[in-house]
Design a protein around this ligand. Structure first.
Ligand code: FES
Length: 110
């Protein structure tokens, strides 16, 4: 079976994403939010809350979670899962930070 080769492309500098904030990019599948934690980890998630579609990029980032601005569900940035007692999941995407540059899989923008 043929496996897809991941091709990384530069999307922005780490400092282009506010600490404990987010930046949104438009991908083929919709808006993707790039979140930056206080420890400069970066995560890429679909910018659509699994509850009622709220913009997660407008939420509050704390440790490795984001609180949705609409009804305060907490979404785990690593897994995309809503924290209990809430249930649901948002898509997550591969992202890397190399030498202060944020890279995503080119397939997201193809
Ligand atoms: S839309 Fe996100 S908590 Fe309701």
């Amino acid at each position: 079976m043929k496996t897809k080769t991941q091709v990384w492309i530069e999307i922005c500098r780490l400092e282009d994403i506010p600490p404990q904030g987010a930046r949104v990019i438009r991908a083929t599948l919709g808006c993707v939010a790039l979140f930056r934690t206080a420890t400069d980890k970066v995560f890429a998630l679909e910018d659509r809350c699994p509850h009622k579609g709220g913009p997660l990029s407008q939420g509050i980032v704390h440790e490795t979670g984001v609180t949705c601005p609409m009804h305060n569900w907490v979404i785990d940035l690593e897994t995309g899962r809503a924290k209990a007692p809430d249930e649901g999941r948002v898509r997550t995407f591969p992202v890397e930070v190399r030498d202060g540059t944020v890279l995503i899989d080119r397939a997201l923008l193809a």
